[in-house]
Design a protein around this ligand. Structure first.
Ligand code: TYM
Length: 334
């Protein structure tokens, strides 16, 4: 029986991933590569929307690949590749752009937020067309499921709409993908502002746990996480957003359930709990950091993995694109 297919992507915007990227997405990628036909890409083209310095982009892209491997992505069990190395992504993105309404794209919250933040004259068109490139990433591989965090839900909805629209206009071509979004962990919050998601674009880094940061720095950040008045370690998002966020993190990394954890810290207070969270996080990330640094020492090995990945990805992507071009009436080369 053929395995269901998953595809997902992650931006190489900054050197290190943050804990939300791991708990909301990459942790599931690692699990799904065993049971699914998995395609994972570092979406370097998407990162261009924030105009990175070329040297930094190259470095961050390789650091992203090394981190994925260190976190458990196994090229023997999945296809790991760079988006920019499989040209079909841009080609299908154009077709998607010609299928998307201007108003529809204008309603995407990510575009609205960014354009409001920097102003219409400064926001690049790539931020506007970003979701259509993401739709292309997914649809090229006929993915059944897309493991992502909660913040990507609207993009997956658009992808589904575009796939259905294409299918009804030109005949069944695309699999309609489903989001694979966890109930717990799909949104990890900022440690200093536990009602906003943990994100690299936060104004301050003090609420952000970076996978590659030092144990000392991460311990300090967790110990100074904002908590609520009271002493009780109890999961209650409305009343105790800070403690609930730490409980989610602790539970996901220790493998203990939230209710088990509540019992473990019954009567112990926030200080003890935060120390335990810090220890779990630091011990979990310690080998990941070391392994990432080791992998970065061997760029030839990373390139070889990416080359194999690009070839495997392109074999699938080119087939889908050829079918799309045929259906929409483009003439193939003789
Ligand atoms: P990106 O690079 O911002 O984030 C990568 C993944 O991490 C998840 N994530 C979180 N999950 C829980 N809590 C958080 N605080 C948190 N922050 C980030 C994101 O939901 C995401 O799953 N547009 C995508 C990249 C992309 C993509 C794709 C994803 C491009 N093409 C095709 C899936 C399929 C993005 O910017 O993710």
């Amino acid at each position: 029986m053929t395995k269901p297919r998953v595809l997902s992507g992650i931006q190489p915007t900054n050197g290190s991933f943050q804990l939300g990227n791991y708990l909301g997405a990459v942790k599931q990628w690692v699990e799904l590569q065993q049971s699914h036909d998995a395609f994972y890409c570092v979406v370097d083209l998407h990162a261009l929307t924030s105009s990175p310095d070329p040297k930094e982009l190259r470095k961050n892209t390789l650091t992203s690949v090394a981190q994925l491997l260190a976190l458990g992505i196994d090229p023997e069990h999945c296809t790991l590749f760079l988006q920019s190395q499989v040209y079909e992504h841009n080609q299908l993105a154009w077709v998607m752009e010609c299928l998307t309404g201007f108003g529809e794209a204008s309603r995407m919250t990510q575009f609205k937020d960014k354009s409001q933040k920097v102003g219409n004259d400064r926001v690049v068109v790539g931020v506007f067309t970003y979701p259509m490139l993401m739709a292309a990433d997914i649809l090229l591989y006929q993915a059944d499921q897309v493991p992502v965090g909660e913040d990507q839900r609207q993009h997956i909805e658009l992808t589904r709409d575009l796939a259905a629209r294409f299918n009804s206009q030109y005949g069944k071509t695309f699999t309609i993908p489903e989001g694979y979004i966890l109930k717990a962990g799909a949104k990890i919050y900022d440690l200093q502002d536990p009602t906003s998601k943990m994100s690299k674009s936060a104004e301050s880094m003090s609420g952000l746990i970076e996978i590659l940061d030092t144990p000392e720095s991460n311990t300090k950040k967790i110990k100074s996480a904002v908590t609520d008045t009271g002493r009780e370690v109890r999961f209650d998002v409305a009343e105790k957003p800070g403690i609930s966020n730490l409980l989610t993190i602790y539970s996901a990394l220790s493998g203990k359930s939230i209710s088990e954890t509540e019992i473990e810290f019954d009567g112990k207070g926030y200080g003890d709990f935060k120390s335990a969270v810090a220890e779990v996080v630091v011990e979990y990330l310690r080998p990941v950091r070391l392994r990432t640094l080791e992998l970065l020492d061997d760029p030839t090995h990373l390139s070889a993995i990416l080359e194999t990945g690009a070839q495997k990805a392109q074999a699938v992507a080119s087939k889908t694109l050829a079918e799309v071009y045929e259906r929409i009436g483009l003439i193939s080369r003789a």
